[in-house]
Design a protein around this ligand. Structure first.
Ligand code: NAG
Ligand code: NAG
Length: 272
């Protein structure tokens, strides 16, 4: 059996009781690192805390491993109980549908144990979950690469009066371009996008497109460390949020669409 276990968003204690039982019964534990281990601290102590609570050793599966060695993990799961730990919910922001499909094709049984993810925990800011449109991802712009395909999605959401959840880029264990050219991988230090960077990129795109999806005075909500004790949520016009220090990762951003009175009442608590 392959158990895919959501770890929630706060710390190691966010796992459900059912998830914990599953982990403790498994012979081998993998943990995805590449998407959002950051939210659990990313440092070795975070992993040590998990291992201590779960009473098991954890193998961290970075992006390369997830992409290159999934089949090996699935083969192991054909003969034994294996747990694959996922920060957030297994089908939250980064879906693990691919893993499930591959497992099923190989005849490996899969059991999913859910927990909170950004996609539902974001409800805390007061906007109703079913009034969100398509979620977008904002990648780090570079000199040469400034993709802005998210723009049209925001525009479409805002035309329908819907809110847009923006997930912000995380770069963990990215090989440097020079090292790829030389054929030996050297990794860049981890980077995560702040609310400030996201907004300045969004405004740059808006200016270039000259559209009307949003502007400097559009109401947004900046969110940092969602689900942890020191989460920070601030609502305000885009240009005001540009200067706010949201502190350590992870950050995400919401572009607010049309609001209902109850949503507005909640937002008042977060306004700057
Ligand atoms: C996540 O796990 C915590 C701790 O067991 C639990 O209180 C919470 O309800 C879970 N969330 C979901 C969405 O299952
Ligand atoms: C936005 O909406 C238009 C019209 O409904 C549609 O043709 C287009 O594909 C949509 N764009 C995106 C990126 O979803």
């Amino acid at each position: 059996m392959l158990y895919i276990v959501g770890l929630g968003l706060g710390d190691e204690r966010d796992i459900t009781v059912r998830g914990l039982d599953a982990v403790r019964s498994c012979s081998k534990i993998y943990m995805e690192a590449y998407t959002s281990l950051l939210s659990l601290g990313l440092d070795p102590t975070a992993l040590a805390n998990l291992e201590k609570l779960y009473g098991k050793e954890i193998t961290v599966a970075d992006r390369e491993m997830v992409e290159e060695r999934v089949d090996q993990v699935l083969l192991e799961a054909a003969d034994a109980d294996i747990a694959f730990l996922v920060v957030g919910d297994p089908f939250g922001a980064t879906t693990h549908t691919d893993l499930v499909v591959r497992a099923k094709k190989m005849g490996v049984q899969v059991k999913v144990i859910h927990n909170a993810s950004v996609m539902n925990a974001i409800g805390v800011c007061g906007l109703q979950l079913y009034r969100y449109g398509e979620t977008i991802s904002i990648p780090f712009f570079t000199e040469e690469w400034r993709p802005d395909s998210f723009y049209e999605k925001i525009q479409n959401n805002s035309r329908l009066g819907l809110h847009t959840l923006c997930l912000l880029d995380i770069r963990v264990k990215e090989p440097t371009w020079e090292s790829l050219a030389r054929g030996k991988k050297v990794y860049e230090p981890p980077r995560f996008m702040t609310v400030n960077t996201a907004i300045s990129q969004l405004l740059e795109v808006e200016e270039a497109r000259g559209g009307s999806a949003y502007g400097r005075s559009t109401l947004c909500i900046g969110v940092a460390r969602l689900g942890s004790d020191d989460q920070k949520i601030v609502a305000g016009p885009m240009e005001k949020l540009l200067d706010i220090d949201f502190g350590p990762p992870l950050h995400c951003l919401i572009i607010v669409g049309e609001t209902h009175p109850l949503e507005e009442e909640m937002l008042e608590f977060y306004k700057m």
